[in-house]
Design a protein around this ligand. Structure first.
Ligand code: PLP
Length: 312
């Protein structure tokens, strides 16, 4: 066994009985004709687990079910997914610890549904692994991003269900190509913009959230409208729910590149990386606010994580 994937556990959910079954993650389980493999025909969710608790489970299961419905795929029930998750966490290596944030034991869990091989039933599987160090580094150091034209305005896709707008499909080749392009051009991440008006859409694998501060007033958080062709992020939604409950301003509205440069802080939010500060956009520095980053991270994981020992 190679050290790659050390600590990973895998569970297959039977398409027939719906029962989860622990399998060896280092052996192949996907047939060469499986349509998740040959066509990216499937849907998935990535969840963060902290000290054994998948604290946004319901939001992920709701989005998985909606994605599956859009693709005419069956989704395992919440009870089945929870049973598979518990089985995988039991078998996975210990969760890793973010040395700066000290949140607790962290796992990354990926739950996927595939169309299956032609003629076979759709099926699902789940993997659980300790969160990698590269994730902790991104949380600590932030990322520089490039803005990449999405090639069209995805808001126009919203009435065209066959284009799967807002669906978390396994077809992520474009998203990872955007990341490769960003890295080849000296940045660490990519943010898509709409071709029509350079509106900010979302990160390649994240939502975009920015903060505006005014003296004597609570912060205001702003994110692009989820109905305008972006994936509705469960992390962004959780941050906004908690911020609203704290009396902060929260707004969904068009953001343009200048808005990111003028913001008091900008983050890429996603389930495992949490709130990653953006340090530069197309080579222009962006303000960061380490305390606000910690506060948003606390909102996300449901804990007050105070001032801690690390961060920028
Ligand atoms: N947008 C895209 C394209 C993503 O791939 C992701 C996460 O993978 C997100 C947004 C953030 O979603 P969440 O916060 O639910 O992880």
């Amino acid at each position: 066994m190679s050290s790659r994937g050390a600590g990973t556990a895998a569970v297959i959910i039977s398409p027939v009985t719906g029962k989860p079954r622990l399998v060896d993650p280092h052996h192949p389980h996907v047939g060469l004709e499986d349509q998740a493999l040959t066509r990216g025909d499937g849907v998935f969710e990535t969840l963060h687990v902290l000290d054994g608790d998948a604290y946004k489970f319901d939001a992920h299961h709701a989005r998985l079910s909606a994605s599956a419905r859009s693709c005419d795929l069956p989704a395992p029930t919440a009870a089945t997914c929870r049973a598979a998750l518990a089985m995988a966490l039991d078998a996975a290596g210990p969760g890793s610890q973010d040395p700066a944030l000290g949140l607790g034991a962290e796992h990354s869990v990926k739950l996927s549904i595939s169309r299956g091989a032609p003629g076979d039933a759709p099926w699902a599987w789940l993997t659980a692994a300790p969160v990698p160090d590269s994730t902790f580094a991104a949380r600590r150091d932030g990322v520089s991003v490039v803005l990449l034209d999405r090639g069209h305005d995805p808001a126009e896709d919203s009435g065209l269900p066959w284009l799967l707008p807002g669906v978390k499909t396994l077809s992520y080749a474009v998203n990872v190509a955007a990341l490769r392009h960003a890295r080849a051009h000296g940045a660490q991440d990519a943010v898509f913009t709409a071709s029509s008006d350079r509106r900010i859409l979302e990160g390649a694998t994240s939502s975009v959230v920015c903060a505006r501060l005014a003296p004597g007033a609570p912060p205001t958080l702003v994110t692009p409208e989820p109905s305008r062709g972006v994936l509705p992020g469960t992390s962004q939604a959780r941050i906004f729910d908690v911020a609203r409950a704290h009396g902060w301003g929260v707004d969904h509205g068009p953001l343009h590149p200048g808005d990111l440069l003028r913001a008091d802080a900008v983050w890429l939010t996603s389930s495992v990386r949490l709130a990653v500060p953006v340090t530069a956009v197309d080579g222009h520095p962006v303000s960061t606010d380490p305390q606000l980053t910690r506060t948003l991270t606390g909102f996300l994981v449901g804990r007050d994580i105070g001032h801690g020992t690390g961060g920028r």
